[in-house]
Design a protein around this ligand. Structure first.
Ligand SMILES: [Zn+2]
Length: 108
């Protein structure tokens, strides 16, 4: 993995546009859709600061309040991760978690 990153650097390519990993190794990006108006929101979490080690279905818990800029309804997200920062389960009140592809399709 490290080798491929090096190679990518050497080739001078910035990789895929918008990949959060570039220059942001601690960033985790989440995409939400508001249940009320259908707006999509992108949220960055920092795995050093925003994840709490808790007892539950996963290793880490992220609690976030998310607001879109259309109807301003607050969404509450609780997302559990395993030790590899993969999502184990998620619960979003007032909205739902969507994929980056869905976000980009809706935001463009
Ligand atoms: Zn909304």
């Amino acid at each position: 993995m490290g080798f491929l990153d090096k190679l990518r650097e050497l080739l001078g390519g910035s990789g895929k546009a918008g990949t959060a990993a570039d220059g942001d190794p601690y960033g985790l990006w989440f995409y939400f859709r508001c249940n009320k108006c259908g707006s999509v929101v992108r949220i960055r979490a920092d795995r050093r600061n925003d994840l709490n080690r808790e007892d539950g279905p996963g290793t880490f818990l992220l609690s976030k309040e998310v607001m879109d800029n259309k109807c301003f309804q607050l969404m509450r997200a609780e997302i559990w991760f395993d030790s590899q920062y993969s999502i184990v389960s998620s619960d979003v009140t007032g909205g739902k978690l969507i994929t980056r592809e869905e976000y980009e399709a809706a935001a463009s």
